[in-house]
Design a protein around this ligand. Structure first.
Ligand code: ZN
Length: 247
C-alpha cells in the first residue's frame, strides 16, 4: 500500500507522524496469557549460524528474559535480513515476512534460539525503563525483525502487525519476568528509527494486551511454501540508509 501522506498534505491537513522513539508499553502481570502458540518455521539452514552469531544469556534463560525489542529490517526480503546472521554481523530471534513473500499470512521465521542472547541492540545502550537501566540489553531480551523498507511508501500489513503481536503474547506467556515491549529506536535514538513512523504501535499494543480486541489471522494459517531467494541486504539500516554497523 502507498502511504496517504501526500494526500493529507494536498488537502492541507496537519499530519502528526508517530515518533518511534516513544514506542514502549508495559506487560501487566495480571493480564499474562496462559498459553499462546505461534506458527513458526526455522529459517532454512540458519541454526549453525544462529549459534555462532549469539551468546549465552549468562543467566536463567527463562527467568532472565525481561523485554522484547521490535525492529524493522530496512530491506525488502527475509533472505536479505537473514543474511546478516549467516554473515555473523547481527542476529534476532524472529523474522516477520513481507507482503510479497510466500510465507506472508502463514508463518514467521525462527532465526535464533530463544535461550541465546542475539545481537540486535548495541551493547553500550541503556534505558531507565529497561532492566533498571543496565547495559547489554541483548542478554535480557528477545528481538523481532519485521521486513519493511522503512520508507514512507512502505506500510506494514495487518498480518505483519498481528503476527508480531502473537509472538509477543507467546513470549509473555512463556517468560514469567517479561516486563515490557520497546522499539529499537527508543533504545538507540541517535542511530536507529526502527520500526519507524509507519508501524501502528497503538494497534499493535492493543493486540498484545487484549487478544480479543481484534481477530488474529495468524492463528489459523497452516500453509507451507517454498522460500523466496533474493540478493542479500542488511537489517536495521540507519537513517542514512547505509549498511548496518553490526546492529
Ligand atoms: Zn533494529
Amino acid at each position: 500500500m502507498v502511504a496517504a501522506l501526500a494526500d493529507f498534505k494536498a488537502a492541507g491537513k496537519e499530519v502528526q507522524m508517530a515518533d518511534p522513539r516513544s514506542y514502549y508499553f508495559d506487560l501487566p502481570a495480571r493480564q499474562r496469557p496462559n498459553d499462546v502458540k505461534i506458527n513458526e518455521e526455522w529459517f532454512p539452514d540458519i541454526k549453525p549460524a544462529a549459534l555462532r552469531t549469539s551468546k549465552s544469556r549468562g543467566r536463567d534463560p527463562i527467568k532472565g528474559v525481561k523485554t522484547v525489542v521490535i525492529h524493522a529490517t530496512a530491506g525488502s526480503s527475509s533472505a536479505g535480513a537473514a543474511s546478516v546472521i549467516f554473515n555473523g554481523k547481527a542476529s534476532f530471534h524472529w523474522l516477520v515476512p513481507d507482503e510479497n513473500e510466500p510465507q506472508h499470512g502463514h508463518f514467521v521465521w525462527a532465526t535464533c534460539y530463544e535461550s541465546r542472547a542475539a545481537y540486535h541492540v548495541r551493547k553500550s545502550v541503556f534505558h531507565p525503563k529497561i532492566n533498571s537501566g543496565q547495559k547489554d540489553i541483548n542478554r535480557i531480551s528477545l528481538g523481532i525483525e519485521i521486513v519493511n523498507a522503512q520508507l514512507s511508501s512502505d506500510t506494514f500489513s495487518d498480518w505483519q502487525v498481528e503476527a508480531t503481536a502473537v509472538i509477543v503474547r507467546y513470549a509473555w506467556a512463556k517468560y514469567p519476568n517479561l516486563e515490557n515491549v520497546v522499539s529499537h529506536a527508543m533504545l538507540d535514538p541517535s542511530r536507529r528509527t526502527d520500526p519507524g513512523s509507519n508501524f501502528p504501535w497503538g494497534r499493535f499494543k492493543r493486540l498484545v494486551l487484549d487478544a480479543k480486541e481484534e481477530p488474529t489471522s495468524t492463528l489459523v494459517a497452516m500453509a507451507r511454501t517454498t522460500l523466496a531467494s533474493e540478493p542479500a541486504g542488511s537489517c536495521c539500516m540507519d537513517r542514512r540508509g547505509s549498511a548496518a554497523e553490526t546492529v
